[in-house]
Ligand binder design. Structure first.
Ligand SMILES: [Zn+2]
Length: 479
C-alpha cells in the first residue's frame, strides 16, 4: 500500500490532523460542498448513523416518546415569544426572507431547535392532566450558524439530531424525565456506542437559553478538550408561560405544565465514536453500529466459492461482504482496518488445503487461524466480546484523565496535560462568579458543572478563592 493511502499521523501526537485524515480517507464526509460549514455525509458514515438513530429511537419509543415530524421553518414571532431563548440563538439563526422575488411579511427561521415550534402545538394539544406526561420526539436537521471554527461532525452549521420535548404535571415529574434522559444516554451512548462521558449540571451562567436547569454530557478528546454530547433541560416557568402551555388538573384548577427537552445530536455523537475508538490505523466501529460487521477477503479467485459458502453462514447473524477487488492482499487488509470493520476473515490458498480460515479482529488487532468448523462459533464469540472490549479500553483512558486538584496551579497543570480537573468550588448558583472568570482568563478553561451522582462532598475551601466550598466541580477546555 502506498504510504499516503493510510493514516500518516499518530492519533495522540497530532489529533487534529488524524481526525481530518480519518474523515477523508475512510470516506465519511466530503468537505468540498460549496456552502461554508456544511458537509456531504458519505455512505460509510450514513450507514453507521442510521443504526445509531435506530438505537436511540427505539429506546425513546420504549420509554413512551411518540414520533412527530415538525416543519423546518419557524416564524420569527415564535422565536421572539420568549426573549432569553431568542437572545441565546439570535446570532446563529439562518433566516428565510423571500419567496422568489417577493419579500415575506414575516421572516422564517430555519429551526435552530424546535421548542418554539412544539410549544405552540402543545398549547393546542394538551388539555387535561390525563394528557400528561406528553412525550414526543423527532429526528431532524437543525441549523446554527456557529461563529466558532467549524469542524466536520463536531461542529457543523447543519446537524442531524433527535430532539425530545415533553410536558409533565409536576416539577418532580420533569426532574425524573431529566434522569430518564440521562439513563437513555447511558444505555445507548455508553453501552452500545461505547462513549465514556460525565453528565454535569451546568453552572447558572452556562444554561440553555430558556432553561431553568441544564444537564449535559461531556466526552473528552485526545487534545484535552471536552465536547458536549446530549443535553437535557428543565424549561423555565417564564418560557412555559410565554407559550401558555396549561392543563386542567384533577382538582379542576388550570396549571402550567413542566416542560423538558433532550437533544442527542447523532452527527456529533458519531464524531465521538470516531474519536473514542479510532487508533493509528483508522476507525474502529462498535459491533452494533458498524456499517458492515464482517469482511471476507479471499486472496485468490480459486477461493471465491469458499468465501461464498462462509458468507451464507455468517449472513444469518451479522452483516457481511466479500472483497472481490483486484487490490493486493496487503492493500485490502489495510483498507478494511482503516474503515473500522470489526472482523475480517482472510482466506489463502493454504487455508483451502488445510480447511482453515484466518480471523482478524479489530478490537485487539490480532489474527488467529481456526478450522472451518470452528469459524462460525469463533466469530459469534468475538461479536459478543467486541464492544465490551472497546468500552473497557475507552473507560480506562477516560477515568485516567480525571484528576483531583487543590489550587489554581494544580488545575493549570492538569488542564495543560489534557485532562479534566476536579476541585472544590465556592458557587455555581449565580452568574458572574469571580472564580469562574479567573479560570476562564488564566487557564482558558471552563467550569463544566457539578454531578448529580457525585460521591464526594465538599469539605474544604474553594480551590480558587479559598472561601468555603459548596460544590465539587469539574474544569476543562472545550471547543
Ligand atoms: Zn471561589
Amino acid at each position: 500500500m502506498a504510504k499516503q493511502d493510510g493514516i500518516t499521523v499518530k492519533k495522540n501526537e497530532n489529533f487534529s490532523e488524524w481526525f481530518t485524515q480519518v474523515i477523508q480517507k475512510a470516506e465519511l464526509a466530503d468537505l468540498r460542498y460549496n456552502v461554508k460549514g456544511f458537509l456531504v455525509f458519505q455512505p460509510w458514515s450514513v450507514l453507521s448513523m442510521e443504526k445509531m438513530y435506530h438505537f436511540l429511537e427505539t429506546t425513546l419509543q420504549k420509554k413512551g416518546h411518540m414520533p412527530h415530524w415538525f416543519p423546518t421553518l419557524i416564524p420569527e414571532h415564535n422565536l421572539k415569544q420568549e426573549s432569553s431563548h431568542l437572545g441565546g440563538f439570535a446570532p446563529e439563526v439562518f433566516w428565510v426572507t423571500h419567496t422568489g422575488d417577493k419579500k415575506l411579511d414575516e421572516k422564517l427561521a430555519l429551526r435552530p431547535t424546535s421548542e418554539t415550534a412544539l410549544y405552540q402545538m402543545f398549547k393546542l394539544w394538551i388539555r387535561s392532566h390525563n394528557d400528561l406526561p406528553y412525550k414526543t420526539y423527532q429526528r431532524a436537521q437543525v441549523f446554527r450558524c456557529d461563529t466558532k471554527a467549524t469542524r466536520p461532525f463536531l461542529r457543523s452549521r447543519e446537524f442531524h439530531w433527535i430532539e425530545t420535548h415533553c410536558a409533565h404535571k409536576t416539577e418532580e415529574d420533569a426532574f425524573n424525565q431529566v434522569k430518564e434522559d440521562m439513563e437513555t444516554t447511558e444505555e445507548v451512548l455508553h453501552d452500545i456506542f461505547g462513549i465514556p462521558y460525565i453528565f454535569f449540571e451546568r453552572p447558572a451562567w452556562d444554561k440553555f437559553p430558556g432553561a431553568a436547569r441544564t444537564f449535559a454530557a461531556d466526552a473528552l478528546n485526545p487534545d484535552g478538550k471536552v465536547i458536549q454530547q446530549p443535553s437535557t433541560h428543565m424549561i423555565s416557568k417564564q418560557f412555559t408561560k410565554a407559550f401558555d402551555v396549561k392543563f386542567k388538573d384533577s382538582d379542576e384548577k388550570e396549571k402550567y405544565a413542566h416542560l423538558t427537552c433532550y437533544g442527542p445530536a447523532v452527527s456529533r455523537i458519531f464524531a465521538s465514536v470516531i474519536i473514542t475508538h479510532g487508533d493509528d490505523k483508522g476507525l474502529r466501529f462498535p459491533w452494533d453500529i458498524a456499517p458492515t460487521q464482517v469482511m471476507i477477503v479471499p486472496i485468490d479467485k480459486k477461493l471465491h466459492k469458499k468465501a461464498e459458502t462462509l458468507k451464507k453462514q455468517i449472513q444469518k447473524f451479522a452483516s457481511v461482504n466479500i472483497d472481490l477487488s483486484d487490490k493486493r492482499p496487503g492493500e485490502k487488509f489495510n483498507h478494511w482496518e482503516m474503515k473500522g470493520i470489526p472482523i475480517r476473515i482472510d482466506i489463502g490458498l493454504k487455508d483451502l488445503e488445510n480447511k482453515t480460515v484466518t480471523i482478524f479482529r479489530r478490537d485487539t488487532n490480532k489474527k488467529e487461524t481456526v478450522s472451518e468448523k470452528e469459524a462460525i462459533t469463533k466469530i459469534k464469540e468475538i461479536a459478543q466480546e467486541f464492544t465490551k472490549n472497546l468500552i473497557k479500553k475507552a473507560d480506562k483512558v477516560f477515568e485516567g484523565r480525571i484528576k483531583e486538584t487543590k489550587n489554581l496551579q494544580e488545575i493549570k497543570k492538569v488542564i495543560k496535560e489534557g485532562s479534566i480537573a476536579k476541585c472544590e468550588f465556592c458557587s455555581v448558583d449565580k452568574p458572574g462568579t469571580e472564580c469562574a472568570k479567573k479560570i476562564e482568563k488564566e487557564i482558558v478553561a471552563e467550569v463544566r458543572g457539578t454531578r448529580l451522582d457525585e460521591k464526594q462532598k465538599p469539605q474544604g475551601k474553594c480551590a480558587i478563592c479559598g472561601k468555603k466550598a459548596n460544590h465539587i466541580v469539574y474544569i476543562a477546555k472545550s471547543y
